[in-house]
Design a binder for this molecule. Structure first.
Ligand SMILES: *[C@@H]1O[C@H](CO)[C@@H](O)[C@H](O)[C@H]1NC(C)=O
Ligand SMILES: *[C@@H]1O[C@H](CO)[C@@H](O)[C@H](O)[C@H]1NC(C)=O
Length: 339
């Protein structure tokens, strides 16, 4: 009798654990009961769709074509930089896309840094952006750019990384430095990253359970510094597109993003070679000294190892500077396109 009860309890526990660990299936756009498709989309080689949005001057008339890779919990609607005054002056056409699993782009359960770089190449080809194009990546979207520099460098005319998120496990960091900086984060974030890196299968449960605090960024309580508060007081309403961004479910958007970003990479950005050694194009990186989310010390270390990156360090800037003052948006576009 006793053993029967134990077995029944064990089966019950396993069933519960299985349910708690397994994310629900995503609500695919365009499927029955799923969100409707109203954005323009391309169909990729493997059958997935990628939703995008075009802005700036029409493609036919544009001198420069830029693909934008959005931040964590954001979407193709994150286009502050496309409202800069220099867009018309320089003749820039923008394509912003929902990264896989976000907004109206189909999830990619096999998503990697490489797969997203190849998605970008296909997007550029199907939209006929030409043999070379520019890319700008913001925060988590900046990681995608390291993938482009690694896997499709021959397609790039230039790249701008805006406060790109760092993976503490990239090889090349002195371990005393990465450990020191890692330990300065909120304890909840240390755990969320540890789970994403060491036990990605646990991440859905970790991020949805209520016993321990989960990632501060996912919970929308990140380490906001004074300059970021200033930006937020102006544009918080515009930045809030999370509902659209995660409409197919938080797992294939937010959690998949964390798994890829903080998981095990095939390469370290610090091992990359300069893809523009012929001087035709450049890579820029902007970072705020008061960034409370991505520590400036690690970014400094990366650019010191990659002297071909043009590094712009901004005093009095936090993580969100790109959404604030339009003069920084102008500066990014001018440096990327005309320097
Ligand atoms: C890490 O160790 C190196 C070499 O021992 C040292 O030069 C450096 O200052 C240390 N960095 C930190 C952040 O402790
Ligand atoms: C918050 O950001 C500040 C400024 O970058 C940094 O000094 C501090 O260590 C950060 N705190 C946490 C808990 O991440």
């Amino acid at each position: 009798m006793f053993w029967k009860i134990v077995v029944v309890l064990l089966i019950g526990f396993l069933a519960w654990a299985y349910q708690a660990l397994c994310p629900p299936s995503p609500r695919i756009c365009g499927s029955r009961g799923g969100p409707v498709v109203e954005a323009p989309r391309i169909k990729l080689r493997d059958g997935r769709h990628l939703a995008y949005k075009e802005l700036g001057v029409p493609k036919e008339r544009a001198k420069y074509k830029i693909i934008l890779s959005h931040a964590f919990g954001s979407s193709r609607h994150e286009v502050s930089i496309a409202t800069s005054e220099v867009v018309e002056k320089l003749g820039i056409h923008f394509v912003c896309f929902d990264r896989p699993g976000y907004g109206q782009s189909d999830p990619n359960p096999k998503r990697t840094i490489k797969s997203t770089a190849l998605d970008i190449e296909e997007l550029a080809d199907q939209l006929e952006l030409g043999s070379k194009f520019y890319i700008i990546g913001i925060s988590m979207g900046g990681q995608v750019l390291w993938g482009c520099l690694k896997y499709i460098p021959h397609r790039l005319a230039g790249a701008a990384l805006i406060a790109p998120v760092v993976n503490y496990w990239w090889s090349g960091f002195p371990s005393n430095l990465s450990t020191e900086v890692y330990n300065q984060q909120f304890v909840a974030d240390q755990w969320a990253l540890r789970v994403a890196h060491h036990a990605p299968w646990l991440l859905y449960w970790w991020n949805t359970q209520k016993w321990f605090p989960s990632s501060s960024v996912e919970a929308e309580r990140p380490n906001i510094t004074a300059p970021d508060l200033k930006v937020l007081s102006k544009v918080a309403h515009r930045l809030n597109t999370r509902e659209y961004a995660t409409q197919q479910g938080i797992y294939e958007s937010l959690h998949r993003d964390m798994k890829v970003a903080f998981g095990k990479w095939e390469f370290s950005p610090m091992d990359l070679d300069n893809s523009f050694s012929d001087g035709q194009g450049s890579v820029h990186l902007w970072h705020g000294i008061e960034d409370g989310i991505v520590p400036v010390t690690l970014q400094r270390y990366i650019v010191q190892k990659l002297p071909w990156i043009k590094y712009h360090e901004l005093p009095d800037a936090g993580h969100l500077f790109i959404y604030g003052d339009s003069s920084i948006q102008d500066e990014v576009l001018n440096s990327l396109l005309t320097e």
